[in-house]
Design a protein around this ligand. Structure first.
Ligand SMILES: *Cc1c(COP(=O)(O)O)cnc(C)c1O
Length: 506
């Protein structure tokens, strides 16, 4: 492909993307394909001769789009959002165009320096303590990781090195392997699966501790677990606390957890993957009280801050902990300006790194802080609109109060009805929600995700939920009057007679 063709192909693709996003409301959020569908549409071998880009672009619509789950559809309410915006997309394009690999300052000074500056802009927008910023005089700083999963693993590995060094001084008779085998990490049973995975990858026991009735991880729970481990001769090493859990968007109590960490030399890492973006709004910052005690703090601009995946912001109070843990030098990696700017390869797992700060820069400049705050506040307000409809309808109940852009609800009565509702919603493909459990009981999560979601879409989703519920309840009642008695057994064996909905009994 020559430059002239690239211009045409590129412009046509940008037009395609704009058409796709502007008309995404017309596409069904969930695809209707079966596993293996693409294999039936593709030739078995790569083409021997080059093809025309026009044909390839046509095949995107024919082959790819039928199998796309439209994450930016206004009817997408599953998981948490993944960010997408025009400035973010153009930033990605430019990053691909420059195509540098910024593993040291010298391999592209702009790649490192724009990232240093953007992490400070972002840290200031969140009002993070100054020690976390690159511009502080101390050893703290921020870096862009690929994902919150990597950020948790990086923090855990740094905690591991730091603890091993400390214990080696106290117990010179223990070798490194002996110490490492005794290390323990802590998190709540509500933390993201990636946190448990960080323990697996980092070869460290990870205790998944219970939470209170609001799904928040409390200080006393940690204190007891730590005391028990110390008694067993183990060494507490790392805590991964969550601000905005994936299941219910609950907030762990940093203020209570932090003293236990500092008394026991435990590294405190804060995973605020989703909810962290909300801290650009002063009214939500009370949720991060105690962040000043953290050793590291992470959130995903690629979730709720309109910067396309991947862009996960990690700040540490002492970057030397990362460099000490990860620094492996070779002659070919050395350069003359070493030490004057961060060599970010020592702050992360891979060697190579993309120019991810470009998209962050574009988004911050083209939305402005005010535009980003508006986005967050609008989505929180839409979740509250949905919450009000749940509360107003006697067939439904909230499992927990709405938190940020997330509402967790269920159909009153036996669990089976909520389960059936979830299955019916998945089958009808009109909206996409996910299910989860809270305190052992089944619930549906409704998250406001797409930047295209408006009030009319929330009303549409609610109508679909009500329609499906209506059908299920009618079917249950028919079953009840019919001969399939076994179907209604769960209604009758439910332990709490109060949770049988009035309109669901005969
Ligand atoms: C989404 C999420 C993650 C995982 O984020 P990745 O960037 O995909 O690794 C981690 N923690 C929480 C609380 C999340 O909601």
């Amino acid at each position: 492909m020559n430059a002239e063709e690239f211009r045409e192909f590129g412009k046509a693709t940008v037009d395609y993307i704009a058409d796709y996003l502007e008309n995404i409301r017309d596409r069904q959020v969930l695809p209707s394909v079966e596993p293996g569908y693409i294999q039936n549409l593709l030739p078995d071998e790569a083409p021997e001769e080059p093809e025309q880009w026009q044909d390839v672009l046509k095949d995107v619509e024919r082959i790819v789009m039928p199998g796309v789950t439209h994450w930016h559809s206004p009817q997408f309410h599953a998981y948490y959002p993944t960010a997408n915006s025009y400035p973010g997309i153009v930033g990605e394009l430019l990053s691909a165009g420059i195509g540098c690999i910024g593993f040291s300052w010298m391999t592209s000074p702009a790649c490192t320096e724009l990232e240093v500056a953007m992490m400070d802009w972002l840290g200031k927008l969140l009002d993070l303590p100054k020690e976390f910023l690159n511009c502080s005089d101390g050893p703290g700083g921020g870096v862009i990781q690929g994902s919150a999963s990597e950020a948790s693993l990086v923090a855990l590995l740094a905690a591991k090195e730091r603890t091993v060094k400390r214990i080696q001084k106290e117990r010179p008779e223990w070798d490194e392997g002996t110490i490492k085998a005794k290390l323990v990490a802590y998190t709540s049973d509500q933390s993201n699966s990636s946190v448990e995975k960080a323990g697996v990858l980092g070869s460290m026991t990870m205790r998944l501790l219970p939470v209170d009735e609001k799904c928040s991880f409390r200080g006393s729970t940690l204190r007891d677990a730590v005391a028990k481990d110390i008694e067993q001769g183990l060494i507490p090493c790392c805590l991964i606390a969550t601000l905005g859990t994936t299941g219910t968007c609950a907030f762990d109590s940093l203020v209570e957890l932090a003293p236990v960490c500092s008394e026991n030399n435990i590294w405190l890492h804060v995973d605020a993957a989703y909810a962290g973006a909300a801290f650009i709004c002063p009214e939500f910052r009370h949720h991060m009280a105690g962040v000043e005690y953290a050793d590291s703090f992470n959130f995903n601009p690629h979730k709720w801050l309109l910067v396309n995946f991947d862009c996960s912001a990690l700040w540490v109070k002492n970057a030397n902990d990362l460099v000490d843990a990860f620094s492996v030098d070779r002659i070919y990696l050395a350069h003359q300006k070493q030490g004057l700017a961060p060599d970010y390869r020592n702050w992360q797992i891979p060697l190579g790194r993309r120019f991810r700060s470009l998209k962050l820069w574009f988004v911050l400049r083209l939305y402005g802080a005010s535009g980003l705050r508006k986005h967050i506040r609008k989505q929180v307000a839409l979740a509250q609109t949905f919450e009000k409809m749940v509360v107003a309808d006697p067939r439904f109940e909230l499992v927990l109060n709405a938190s940020m852009g997330l509402v967790c609800f269920r159909v009153k009565g036996p669990e089976s009805v909520t389960k059936k509702l979830y299955e019916a919603l998945l089958k009808s493909h009109k909206i996409y929600v996910t299910a989860a459990t809270y305190a052992g009981s089944y619930m549906i999560r409704f998250a406001v995700c797409s930047r295209f979601t408006e009030e009319k879409d929330v009303l549409f989703a609610w109508k679909e939920i009500c329609d499906q519920t209506e059908c299920i309840i009618a079917r249950e009642q028919n079953g009840h009057t019919g001969n399939s008695f076994s179907k209604i057994t769960p209604w009758q064996t439910t332990q709490d007679p109060e949770i049988i909905p009035a309109n669901a009994t005969r």
